[in-house]
Write a protein that binds this ligand. Structure first.
Ligand code: G1P
Length: 290
């Protein structure tokens, strides 16, 4: 089994109902933060972390995601003819960014099932999972930090964040204790998907970045529907925990929940403020509003 993490799975088959009407025709993963689809933030993070092969788990009507990473002949030819060099480089850069494969999740059976759909494309090697809704601003990239932990610890690694209060029930939550040597690492003993606040085992919420060993695929094949009636990735990893070590990792960086309207607005404002070409102008504009 190759130990290098070379492949990243992007579950992206959902209907995106939280963003209707914008997502009636457009995949939610193609909604932009400033001028870049949220999916591209995740793909760029993967590539900057050493990933070579992107695996999209898609659904009906979501072909725009594959088209985005393909060559756009008409666009490139027009930009070339008009001498728009920078835009041409931008467009060509996206299509040559990475090797992209896709597989369909035919039924919405849950995140665990979506990851299982990538089994053949991943094969017998450790792999990453990136949930494109979670846009993470971090240097070094969140996934790169996690690959460092995977290489050091030799077990699956889940990104985590501390969530105090009832908001914890929106997440998968870890049970266990922080590593005495490194407080960023959490030694897992269990996990539960979307627990009620009163029974949440800790404040360590799983965020949409995972490095998993391929054994999880066989376990997901036998995972029964759990929280909200879906086959949960958390339940598959919980089964993995009976056989292998699993670690939580509090990454350095800031996560935005771009699957939520408020989180999307926060991401848009913060990424816009960082843009050299209009960040200052935008800051002055925001100040003028309050
Ligand atoms: C999914 C996972 C959950 C995780 C969350 C992070 O939930 O099932 O364990 O905490 O992503 O964003 P979803 O947000 O798809 O309901």
């Amino acid at each position: 089994m190759s130990q290098r993490v070379r492949k990243a799975v992007f579950p992206a088959a959902g209907l995106g109902t939280r963003f209707l009407p914008a997502t009636k025709v457009i995949p939610k993963e193609m909604l932009p933060v400033v001028d870049k689809p949220i999916l591209q933030y995740g793909v760029e993070e993967a590539i900057a972390s050493g990933i070579e092969h992107i695996i999209l788990v898609t659904g009906r009507g979501k072909g725009a995601m594959e088209d985005h990473f393909d060559i756009s002949f008409e666009l490139d030819a027009t930009l070339e003819k008009k001498g728009k060099k920078e835009l041409l480089e931008l467009s060509r850069g996206i299509s040559s960014m990475a090797r992209v494969s896709s597989v369909r999740q035919k039924e919405p059976l849950g995140l665990g099932h979506a990851v299982l759909c990538a089994k053949e494309l991943v094969g017998d090697e450790p792999f990453a999972v990136i949930l494109p809704d979670d846009v993470i601003d971090a240097a070094p990239p969140c996934l790169k930090q996690m690959i460092g932990v995977f290489n050091e610890k030799g077990g699956s690694v889940l990104a985590t964040m501390t969530v105090e209060g009832p908001g914890i029930s929106a997440y998968g939550v870890l049970a266990g204790a922080p590593d005495p040597q490194n407080p960023r690492i959490y030694n897992c003993t269990g996990m539960v998907e979307k627990p009620k606040f009163e029974v949440a085992p800790s404040t360590q919420a799983i965020i949409g970045r995972y490095i998993l060993t391929p054994r999880v695929f066989e376990l997901l094949e036998h995972t029964q529907p759990g929280a909200v009636g879906e086959i949960q990735l958390t339940d598959g990893i919980k089964a993995l925990l009976k056989e292998e070590k699993v670690f939580g990792y509090t990454f350095e960086g800031k996560r935005f929940d771009a699957g939520d309207k408020f989180g999307m607005l926060q991401a848009t404002v913060e990424f816009a403020l960082k843009r050299p070409e209009f960040g200052e102008k935008f800051r002055a504009y925001l100040k003028g509003l309050v």
